[in-house]
Design a protein around this ligand. Sequence first.
Ligand code: COA
Length: 189
Amino acid sequence: MTESGNQLLYADEFTAADQSHLAGLHCGDEVWSMAATEWINGSEALDSIDKFQTKVWIYRNSEEDNSIVGFSSLASTGWQKWPPPDGKRSRLLYIPQLGLDKRYRGFPPDPDWRYSNQIMEHLIGQAKKLALDIRDSKPPSKHVDLLTLKVHRNNLAAQKVYNRFAFELLDGFEDNEHLMMFHKLDLEG
Ligand SMILES: CC(C)(COP(=O)(O)OP(=O)(O)OC[C@H]1O[C@@H](n2cnc3c(N)ncnc32)[C@H](O)[C@@H]1OP(=O)(O)O)[C@@H](O)C(=O)NCCC(=O)NCCS
């Protein structure tokens, strides 16, 4: 790693073979951070890949296997009423879970290289790619242009990061202490 930490992360698609390298990943002690660690370390990530064709990426700051700094994920919903509870039957993209090892929160200090920003840029890029593929290959009723997620109401660090990337809170929605946020994908550029 460079001294400043300013470097590009490597993104790799996560498979079962990577799980042994993730044992040291610890996203933190808050309820939502433990949920993130458990999601990627337990069976949820692999189940989600199997059942919902979720894509999961792990991010490294060098090519060494033990240099994992975090992970992210992307899936598409089945038919869902948007906005809930009575909106139009729609398909949406969503982020099942993401997390950074606690050691790398706020790291590196330079926002141009901040790991949280690199992960979000990669994830939104992948969401755009998926939305464009769906546009090319599926009928209009299945097209998607919203990227959504649920975030714990007290998880202010994550909410700040999502705000930075033009996610908006869905008014009036709360599910088990979680708020819903959405980002309109720019599919024209
Ligand atoms: C969400 C996560 C990836 C963000 O990465 P990060 O490196 O912490 O994010 P950043 O430092 O770039 O930005 C966080 C912002 O929240 C602020 N912040 C951090 N902890 C905070 C707290 N407890 N309360 C209020 N603000 C907080 C930071 O100062 C920073 O503010 P800024 O935008 O003014 O710079 C990381 O915190 C994480 O993995 N958390 C645990 C798992 C998780 O919450 N996953 C998301 C599930 S929806």
